[in-house]
Design a protein around this ligand. Structure first.
Ligand code: PLP
Length: 378
């Protein structure tokens, strides 16, 4: 699904030198590389504060701790996402409220969010799934109207942009009150182990979060709030800092591969290629609307599983993200849910199929993959 060795080869020298610097200076924890990467990422995203941490799951948890959410508070999020998003809501004793998604973008359905708002609702977590931003403008309006926090889950959308109806264009991670991301190796900006970060433009919140990641400590051995130990280690920061200048090019490679897939598969009956949300203004729309963390097809007529088996047999990796909607996961069952409210996720789990998507895909590979799909569906 990814080719991390192929991606490393052309930047080997830069990465190795960056890692070597950490080893030579023995600044393994909170070293200068972490601050350098933090500053470079702030500039790239156009956000005031980046707070690095140990992984994307921690980043989501810490973001919610920073917002002061309390047990019993309800947090609305997508039924169709990686479990980390809902896991941390539950871990903090908050009440996850899952809602259905849009059939074409796989992102949270804003009308479903509105219907789920109660007097206990405190926050919404839109996940920018597969690399395309959620429908943020109406979601932000809704949050404002009901005085709710918005926490963006940017784990799959690093570098993606969203265009507002007035033409304003921003990077994912700069729209909500706070955002969380992951640098897991296969993400669009990945390190060589675990890593994550929190973003916000809010100075007070940033200050609070900086303490939370470090045992709630603002002054050495003074613990003002309950915190956690969640650090991005310097070696991972060294890798990320060396890779960050390539992020836009990496995303362009993904977009090139996506275009190529779509040009071959777009007219094939029995499947649907990924769709971009209807744009407010095409001329103003960003070239980074979708950064294709995944290239996800919908396979119709119940043929998905047979196609998966066929592709694997031909040596083509593929993935089903996600095979079970969260509202049906044992850990998150809740009597409040009515299965009929999840018609989209209940259908998607049988249709979605993600093809290999990474920065090193070449035309021959794409030709082989697409012709194998087409032959099967004929
Ligand atoms: C990867 C991912 C996470 C968690 O990131 P980790 O670094 O693996 O903890 C959270 N949310 C989404 C949508 C993800 O894809």
């Amino acid at each position: 699904m990814v080719d991390l060795k192929g991606q490393y080869a052309p930047i080997k020298e830069v990465i190795n030198a960056s890692i070597q610097e950490v080893i030579d200076t023995a600044t393994f924890i909170n070293g200068p590389k972490v601050k350098e990467f933090q500053a470079n990422l702030e500039a790239y995203l156009g956000v005031k504060h980046v707070i690095p941490c140990a992984n994307g799951t921690d980043a989501l948890q810490i973001a919610m701790m920073g917002l002061g959410l309390k047990p019993g508070d309800e947090v609305i999020t997508s039924d169709f996402t990686f479990a980390a998003t809902v896991e941390v809501i539950a871990l903090l004793g908050l009440t996850p409220v899952l809602v259905d998604v849009c059939p074409n973008t796989f992102n949270i359905n804003v009308e479903a969010v509105e219907k789920s708002i109660t007097s206990k609702t405190k926050a919404i977590i839109p996940v920018h799934l597969f690399g395309q931003c959620a429908n943020m403008e109406p979601l932000l309006d809704l949050a404002k109207k009901h005085n709710l926090f918005v926490i963006e889950d940017c784990a799959q959308s690093m570098g993606a942009e969203y265009t507002f109806s007035n033409g304003k264009r921003v990077k994912s991670g700069k729209m909500g009150d706070i955002a969380a991301t992951s640098f897991f190796p296969s993400k669009n900006l990945g390190c060589y182990g675990d890593g994550g970060a929190i973003f916000t433009d809010n100075d007070d919140l940033a200050q609070l979060v900086r303490g939370i990641v470090n045992h709630g400590m603002y002054k050495r051995y003074h613990h003002d709030v309950v915190g956690v130990n969640s650090r991005l280690d310097s070696i991972q920061a060294a890798v990320l800092d060396a890779k960050l200048p390539n992020l836009d090019n990496y995303n362009k490679s993904r977009q090139y591969a996506a275009q190529k897939y779509t040009s071959k598969l777009g007219a094939v009956s029995g499947l649907q290629v990924p769709k971009l949300r209807a744009n407010h203004n095409l001329e103003l729309d960003s070239p980074m609307t979708h950064v294709y963390h995944q290239y996800t097809l919908k396979i119709k007529s119940g043929k998905r599983d047979a196609l998966v088996a066929h592709l694997l047999e031909k040596g083509i990796p593929c993935g089903v993200y996600y095979p079970i909607p969260l509202h049906k996961q044992k850990a998150y069952l809740d009597d409040r849910y009515n299965d009929a409210d999840f018609t989209v996720t209940n259908t998607l789990i049988d249709e979605v199929l993600s093809l290999p998507m990474h920065t090193e895909l070449d035309d021959d590979q794409i030709d082989f993959i697409t012709s194998t799909v087409i032959d099967f569906l004929k």
